[in-house]
Design a protein around this ligand. Sequence first.
Ligand code: ITT
Length: 182
Amino acid sequence: MLVRFVTGNEGKAREAQAYLDGITAVNRVEYDYTEIQSDSLAEIATRGARESFEELPGTEPVLVGDTGLFVDALGGFPGPYSAYVEDTVGVERLWRLVSEEENRRARFRTVLGYADGDRTETFTGELAGTIVSPRGEGGFGYDPIFEYNGQTLAEMSLEEKNAISHRGRALATFADWYADHH
Ligand code: ITT
């Protein structure tokens, strides 16, 4: 059994392999699928998985992941545009924007899109927390400004983060489903 994880990030493929250990092997493949402009991570992931399966040579199922940070007081911004906002505005300036708000609650959401020859499925994982002034050296992306249970994700070890993370939860849900269906 083999699932192809479409990502530019080696760490994400390794994390997927850890969750799917004993269920299926995971190969990382690079493919620049079209990221449609949509407010829905599920729609982006569904289209990405279907396009990757159809365009890549091979018959093994594919998985793609799409993640966003949704800030309550900003109407869910940056949401599906999180990568763009990280590259343009940056994490520090997003913190400054949120610091003006009384309500600093936010959530990470990851949607995994799965496609094989028969079907397309999505699996979601969320992590709720609070936006804070940057702390910590670990992790990546928005981790230094996202606090969960008194620690930012950048202050946690990789194991601590994976045990509670949005991506981990989505992968665990996918692993259960895949084990039942194969
Ligand atoms: P892929 O190659 O896997 O698509 P990506 O970085 O383009 O990688 P993602 O959908 O995973 O796409 O991430 C969207 C944005 O959210 C991007 O700015 C990331 O840095 C950020 N992000 C994703 N997961 C995160 C996490 O666990 N902690 C902090 N920031 C995260």
